[in-house]
Design a protein around this ligand. Sequence first.
Ligand code: F0G
Length: 482
Amino acid sequence: MAHIKFYSGEEVPLEMHKVRIVQKLSLPHIERRLEALNEAGNNTFLLKNTDIYLDMLTDSGVNAMSDKQLAAMMESDDSYAGSSTFTKLENKIRDIFGTDYFLPVHQGRAAENVLAKVFVRPGQVVPMNYHFTTTKAHICVNGGSVDEIIIDEGLEVTSSNPFKGNMDIAKLEAIIQKRGAENIAFVRVETGTNLIGGQPHSLENLRQVSNVCNKYGVLLVLDASLLADNLYFIKTREDACKQMSVREITRAIADLCDIIYFSARKLGCARGGGICTRSRDLFMKMRELVTLYEGFLTYGGMSVREIEAITVGLEETMDDDMISQGPQFIAYMVNELDRKGVPVITPPGGLGVHLDAKRFIPHVPQTEYSAGALASALFLVSGVRGMERGSVSEQRDDDGNEVYSNMELLRLAVPRRVFTMSQLKYAIDRIVWLYENRALIGGLKFVEEPKMLRFFFGKLAPTSDWQHKLVAKFRSDLGDSL
Ligand code: F0G
């Protein structure tokens, strides 16, 4: 990893790439942003890109591609069956993960659909370090349930534990003993654990999980969507791995798992996804469903251009400089905000920066969706679009009661190689202003609440006229600035 010291002593991560294609951005004034927020029902998923300055909604499908990826896309072999483009990807997966069998799918949740349909029977449980929204939905739709056994520190917002994504091994063994191995559909480890702030697991923890799975004959499935970030953290934070290359760490991870699946919208900086395994038997069990739901086995719903881009993107993920850019930018932002007293998840993880709404605006109760309110407020004062990762992202129980999430977070994703340092500094500046004016932020209430996946489509309204007051304060502090 490039470690370059500044003579000034300032600690600034340095980009090991240059920008060769640009997209023009606009920053509408705050009064227009207020209108846009109302039109979107205070749901950042419903905002239009033309109203947004920095889109920090997600890192999914919006990472910058390399010149080599774009060049490879031009060469793709567009055949329905037997495409040589697909063979290249299959070979790259075998080379990197050591898995002989590969099933292509159109994105990560499509892999989850296949896995859940093949392996989850009604009444079975899937122990995992932490759930992801689409994963849980697929397991539940197939009659299974999810048991989250992240280590206790995983749910502590501030911590110095370098591996908050680790699974609690004692709890894993206890569940298997209590439920019986035949009632465990599979064990799932999510690398770079998304919903708790992009927090990594260690290689050692995965080894322990794998030992337990082997002891009881239970399948170990790895969701490798956020593998790039987790590789960086294993390499930089796990003493036993500091001398290993990224490629060696990747192979050590893969060797411990029965099945690896990923969203290539994240891993490989393209779009698409896949399922990898060393077992012909497991491959044969899943094969039919891929052709049924995704497409023929040599494209799986992906465009061949994207398949070329994944092949190159996966190889680029084996490069220290490539995987360090995102986490280093995130760490810069987290450390700057933390220094200024803004409540953020620590230690810095991958994927993005996570603001802790429970501490940012303790006067807004969970019943008024504090993380959603913070997402609205930040968009209003900056044009930065984040994603609510709190109770709006949960779903009511069968009796219609609210299920409040463990954490109320505003996620500000930092897509890989997309934003510049001055854009991050702008975001930090506006977050700090908002924190100083946090008393003005109020709550939200649903005005349209779909039953399923309400965070995608639901509309909310402010519980008072707090947004107008925030606009007035912004104008009085920042004059006619955008
Ligand atoms: N697993 C993890 C850990 C993810 O973060 C995602 C997507 C998926 C599976 C599903 O993959 O979107 O390709 O179908 N995460 C995106 C996000 C949506 O914004 O965090 P997909």
